[in-house]
Design a protein around this ligand. Structure first.
Ligand SMILES: Cc1ncc(COP(=O)(O)O)c(C=O)c1O
Length: 404
């Protein structure tokens, strides 16, 4: 067996390059003993507002809370409906549900994995109390925000951007995520391109009223202190996390570049082995193909968009996916499935009546996709090892997996 190890994510490798910058700022916060709100949080908010080009950036305790706060600020509550993709992290729909509102699940575009706009339009026609639509910039690839904001206007509801995986992502007009919706919701979970040392999140908005409301909501709805006109929650970004994030923000562009360069390398290695992009569906007779049936992510080619590759997700025929995962694990290659069960089929949403077959593009993606290591510090040797291990396994096992 090879001696090469490739974790899905290597945060120690990142920390090794940042130790000398991070330790002094952490010490500074400890010396100051100012842990809640305060100058570090304010500076980070200003820096992220400048980075994303949005008027307001408001820190909070997690990406989940960012969605919750945005929904609360927009007045979403019991009896309301919010259209969300079924193929996303749970928090997109969980936050809606926690407010007593109903998530209405839309299918995805099978190529980009982002929420399907035409399906959303059809679902909206059947909604009685639609309050918002929430596209997710999945894996770090932008939704078509010009189209989504136009649909929001057509339906008369705000667009909430779940940009948890997509800080720095640009859409086809070259605009960064978090700019065009009523609110943009970001996560600083450690595995994100900009990750902190625990949980953290942030909401962006160009709307002064929404910003003001979120500022109050994150402090138990109080203004002034101890006077509560509305009920909020305790959801603040820690000063320690803000200090760490301020250091990391300075490196974010170079990490986006490195992730894109790694994606280029994978694209090339898989293409050389005969793989095509996810624009070509997996054929029914996949087992009879000479080349390994692997689909790589479709990359934006318009020159203005920017994928930031929070995840590099390939697609293989469903019967090969789980055996491939096991094979990668046995060869010390980290991998993950984002996400194995679409949300309309989750037990907690059973009362909404979702059934297998309802949202086929998402269900196929859930059965066929696999995320490979894409972190910035990955070496060429590691990438070659990952690609060779995937290709040789798919080549050797396709016919057996298909039972021919
Ligand atoms: C698409 C999406 N939405 C929301 C979240 C929630 O963020 P957090 O884990 O910071 O609460 C995540 C994070 O994993 C996510 O990937």
């Amino acid at each position: 067996m090879s001696q090469i190890t490739v974790p899905l994510l290597d945060l120690k490798a990142q920390y090794n390059t940042l130790r000398d910058e991070i330790e002094p700022v952490v010490r500074r916060v400890i010396e100051d003993q100012w842990f809640i709100m305060g100058p570090e949080v304010k500076s980070l908010e200003e820096e992220i507002a400048a980075y994303t080009g949005v008027r307001h950036a408001i820190g909070c305790a997690s990406g989940t809370d960012a969605i919750l706060l945005a929904c609360m600020a927009l007045g979403i509550g019991p009896g309301d409906e919010v259209i969300v993709p079924t193929y996303t992290f749970f928090a997109t729909a969980g936050s809606v549900s926690r407010l007593g509102a109903t998530p209405v699940f839309a299918d995805i575009d099978p190529v980009t994995y982002n929420m399907d706009i035409e399906h959303t339009r059809r679902l909206a026609a059947d909604c009685k109390n639609l309050k918002a639509i929430m596209p997710v910039h999945l894996f770090g690839q932008a939704c078509d925000m010009a189209a989504w904001t136009a649909l929001g206007e057509e339906l008369g509801v705000p667009v909430i951007e779940d940009a948890a995986q997509a800080i720095g992502t640009k859409d086809s007009d070259g605009v960064m995520t978090g700019n065009r919706g009523a609110a943009g919701c970001f996560s600083f979970f450690p595995s994100k391109n900009l990750g902190c040392f625990g949980d953290g999140g942030l909401v962006t908005t160009n709307d002064d009223e929404i910003a003001d409301k979120i500022n109050i909501l994150r402090l138990h709805g109080s203004r002034p202190k101890y006077y509560h006109a509305i009920v909020g929650l305790n959801s603040r970004l820690d000063a320690l996390q803000a200090a760490v994030l301020r250091v990391k923000l300075r490196h974010l562009e170079s990490w986006h570049d490195a992730r894109n360069a790694n994606a280029d390398t994978y694209d090339r290695l898989f293409a050389e082995a005969g793989a095509t992009t996810n624009e070509t569906p997996i054929p029914e007779d996949w087992a009879d193909h000479d080349e390994p049936v692997i689909r790589t992510p479709k990359r934006p080619t318009d020159g203005k968009s920017r994928h930031v590759f929070n995840q590099y997700v390939i697609r293989v025929p469903a019967p090969l996916r789980d055996p491939l995962r096991e094979h990668l694990k046995a060869n010390n290659i980290g991998n993950e499935v984002y996400y194995p069960v679409p949300l309309h089929l989750q037990q907690c949403f059973a009362d909404l009546g979702g059934k297998p077959g309802d949202l086929p593009h998402a269900e196929h993606a859930a059965a066929e996709t696999i995320a490979l290591p894409i972190y910035p510090e990955l070496t060429d040797e590691q990438q070659r090892y990952v690609a060779e291990t995937v290709v040789s396994f798919v080549r050797a096992n396709a016919r057996a997996a298909a039972g021919v």
